[in-house]
Design a protein around this ligand. Sequence first.
Ligand code: AMP
Length: 307
Amino acid sequence: MSLIVTGSIGIDTVYTPDGQHRENVLGGSAVYFSAAAAAYGPVRLVAAVGDDFPAEHRAAFERFPAIDLGGLETRAGSKTFRWGGKYLEDMNQRETLYTELGVLEEAPPPVPEGYRDSKAVFLANSHPAVQMDLLTKLPEASLSVADTMNLWIDIAKDELTELLGKVTGLVLNNEEAEQYTGKKNPVTAAKHILEKGPRFVVVKKGEHGALLVHRDGIAALPAYPVEDVVDPTGAGDSFAGGMMAHLAAGHADGGDTSFDAVRRSMAHGTVIASFAIESFSLDRLAGISRGDIDARYDEYAAMVRLT
Ligand code: AMP
């Protein structure tokens, strides 16, 4: 099933607690998502950059031939989204140092005519109005999942609520679930979000794994225990990339969004996210093979098996 994503393409600067940092590396929600999804199959990317987007970052996409760049717009006179973040001693916590929205504040990128038949859509982190715009341009989408973030809950909560009435699923982290609902308990918060419309909510809890609150049940999955976490940036987006690619795979028309299918797809998201955090930017994702993923998946499946 054709998978499409819209979200940010970012130029990131990231500081980690061991004193390392990387300046102006390729990042962004749609970028991590598509790099992860590309390990499973083709993915259509709809996003905009400014004319300051470095040629070396454009070239980095060549390492992911399954990413279809037909919807990548380079907007003259605009600036690429930039984000800086710093991880605290506890790598589960990060501070945003700056966010320069650039093109993310402007009109949404156009959707190529050939993409309008997309069936599975992931609305990676971006302004909820931009997420809604993509959704309305994809009349055949039968599986739509959105992600969001503190900034958008702060500045565009009403638009986000409107979007929740239209999507099949929402992925967000536990702090965001609390911020949006005012409920501290992630299960209570997710149930509250279900009332706004989606069929399922995935609450990401960093190294503590992810929680699925579905209309048909609740499940909790641990994270894959990574020994050498280099940079957690993009873990959530890569998780979503693996999850969506797996949900969309093998379905000609509409993904299977049953409780069991979503839970299984989350295991794939967990495994691909564990690779993403073993390097800065996309370096590790660019270097893995399908064999590496399958081997780690088997190891993970054995770890969580109880009988
Ligand atoms: P994650 O670690 O999964 O939350 O994703 C981090 C990525 O999201 C970074 O590469 C940033 O470029 C991008 N990002 C950070 N803040 C935002 C935002 N407000 N909207 C869209 N993308 C963002």
